[in-house]
Design a protein around this ligand. Sequence first.
Ligand code: OSB
Ligand code: MG
Length: 369
Amino acid sequence: MKIEAITLREIQMPLVHFFETSFGRTYSRRILLVTAHCEGVDGWGECVAGEDPFYSAEWTETAWPTIKHYLAPAVLGHTLTAARESAALMARVRGHRMAKTAVENALWDAEARQKQQPLWKLLGGAQREIPCGVSIGIQDSIEQLLEKIQLEVAAGYRRIKVKVKPGWDLNVLERIRARWPEIVLSCDANSAYTLDQVEHLRKFDQFNLLMIEQPLWNDDFYFHARLQRQIRTSICLDESIRSAREAAAAIETGACRIINIKVGRVGGFTEAKKVHDVCRENKIPVWCGGMLESGIGRSHNIALSTLENFRLPGDVSASKRYWKEDIIEPEVEVTPQGTIVIREEPGTGYHVREDLIEKITVRKETIRA
Ligand code: OSB
Ligand code: MG
C-alpha cells in the first residue's frame, strides 16, 4: 500500500443541540478530515481536536499545520504492508496525538478497504453488537436535563452519563436519582475539581454511580490515586491517559478502576489497541469515549469498540443525536435495546458521502509525495 497523497480538509457541522462541559459550550464543530490516497484506494480519518484548546492542548488550528508540515511528509511515499507501521514513521513528532490519529486511522481505513476486510476484524475485534450509552451536557436548567434523560432512557441507551462541575453536581444527581433510582448512571467532571474538595466528592458516593470520570487535573493520575482511596465511587480516567504506558502507571498506582479509551487522545488505533491490552491484562474494563465525531470518527469508534475488553457501554451513540445529516450512509443507528449492530461490509461498513462533504468543506489542500 503506497501512500501517494494526503488530502486535508476542514468541514463545518452545526450540532443539533449545543454541548456543554465544565470547560465550555460548543454549538458547531470544525472538523479536520484526512483522506489517504493509496494506489486507487482512499481511506478516511477524522481529527477529533476541538474548536478550542480546552479539552487538551490540541485544537483544530494546531492539527492542520502539524499534519501538513510534519505528519503527511513523514508517511508520504512510503509503501506499507499494514497501517500500524505508520505510527513509527510519525513517532518523531511529540504529542499532537489527535493529528496523528487522523493520519494513522485514514491508513487503517485504506488498508481495510484495500484488503476488502471489515475494519473491526482488521483491528482484532470480537463483538458483533456493542452496548451504547449517552453523554448529556450541562443544560440551562435541571428540568431540561431531566427531559433529555427521559428521551435517552426511552430510546434504550444502557448508560446515562451527565456532565458535572461545581454548582451543577449533587443537586443534579439528586434529582436524577429521585426519578430513576435504577438506571446505570455516571458523571464526567472534565477536571473541574481539586483535591481540597475530597469531602464534597465523597458525597457523590450516595448516588450509586457506575463511575466518576476525570474529577481532577487533566494531566494527573498521582492525585487521582489519592482520591480513589478516599471515595467509594470508581474513578474512570479520560484526559490523563494518553498512552499504554500511562495506562499501566495509572493502574499500578490505583488511580482508576475503569479507563475511557478515545482513539484520538492516545494517537491512533495502534496505541488504542495497546491501551486496551494493558487494561485487559490488569482486569480494568474499558469503554469507548466520544468527541462529538462526525460519522467517520464515529464509525472508527464503533470498529474499535468490538475489541473484547470494551465491556462497558461507550459514548458511541446515534448520528441523529448530533447531526441533522451525517456524512456517512447509512447513518449510525442504535437499536431499541441500546446497541449498535456491527456491519459486515469491508472497511467501516459505512459509505462516505463525498458529495455532502464537498458542500460543507471550508478549506482543502492536497499534499503529495
Ligand atoms: O470528556 O468525554 C468527554 C465531548 C467533548 C469533549 C470531551 C468529552 C465529550 C463527551 C461527548 O463527553 C461524548 C460524545 O457524545 O461524543
Ligand atoms: Mg470525559
